[in-house]
Design a protein around this ligand. Structure first.
Ligand SMILES: *Cc1c(COP(=O)(O)O)cnc(C)c1O
Length: 229
């Protein structure tokens, strides 16, 4: 667990360095600690090191962890970053703060209907298949505008921006290409009048490139918690 806090220091240093190169304030980037496959103790260690935002991929695993960490609930933001099926939207609307992986209007409509009235609106990003991989989930770039306009009109959710998981690329110049494409797509939506402020992009291998292209949330798993089994 000592390694989690030193890993966090290293990731924070990378974020600071990339922000410096991009002439961006370091507070403009949120670190989302991706705790999938790691237990509640790993989240506690990262929380003790000062982290507050945690990302999970699998709904049932996340619910177990949220329950085990109920004592920290007030000081944690839980973000769903993995695929979401229609039959799981209710628990997600009840338990999470953010969903990054909205890939169709129907999911957003259900989340809006099912978000409890006593909670603040659920924060959403649309997932975009920015590298055009046949196997990857996410909206095609050409579909994004119509879906974004419809999601933005829903009452119990707030559309914040876009999320992508680009194809891995070797060097930083190549890594920047899909991140730049996602930023340009966000800029188009903003030009259409949508008040979006979030680009969820960049993981352990490419967070530096993502920050250079404007990432506002980087989702970092293995660089913090270690390799997944
Ligand atoms: C697992 C995962 C991450 C974190 O990946 P690392 O390479 O471990 O940093 C980020 N985003 C999504 C959607 C993931 O599934």
């Amino acid at each position: 667990m000592a390694t989690i806090s030193s890993n966090i220091q290293q990731v924070r240093a990378r974020i600071a360095q990339a922000c410096d190169s991009a002439r961006r304030p370091v507070q403009s980037v949120t670190l989302l600690c991706v705790s999938k496959t790691f237990g509640p103790d790993a989240v506690r260690a990262a929380h003790a090191a000062g982290e507050r935002c945690f990302g999970e991929n699998y709904v049932q695993e996340a619910l177990d962890k949220i329950a085990a960490l109920a004592d920290l609930r007030e000081s944690i933001e839980w973000h769903l970053i993995g695929p979401l099926q229609s039959n799981k939207t209710r628990v997600v609307a009840e338990q999470f703060d953010w969903v990054h992986s909205v890939d169709r209007l129907k999911i957003a409509q259900r989340l809006s209907e099912q978000r409890p009235a006593h909670l603040p609106p659920l924060q959403l990003c649309l997932q975009v298949n920015i590298s055009g991989e046949a196997s990857k989930s996410g909206l095609a770039p050409a579909e994004v505008s119509a879906v974004a306009q419809a999601v933005a009109a829903l009452p119990r959710v707030v559309l914040r921006g876009l999320m992508a998981i680009p194809e891995p690329a070797g060097d930083q110049q190549a890594q920047r290409v899909p991140h730049r494409a996602l930023r340009e797509l966000l800029e188009q939506l903003r030009a259409q009048g949508l008040p979006l402020d979030t680009l969820s992009m960049g993981m352990s291998a490419d967070l530096d490139a993502a920050i250079l292209e404007g990432a506002s949330i980087v989702r970092v798993g293995s660089a913090i918690f270690g390799a997944r089994g």
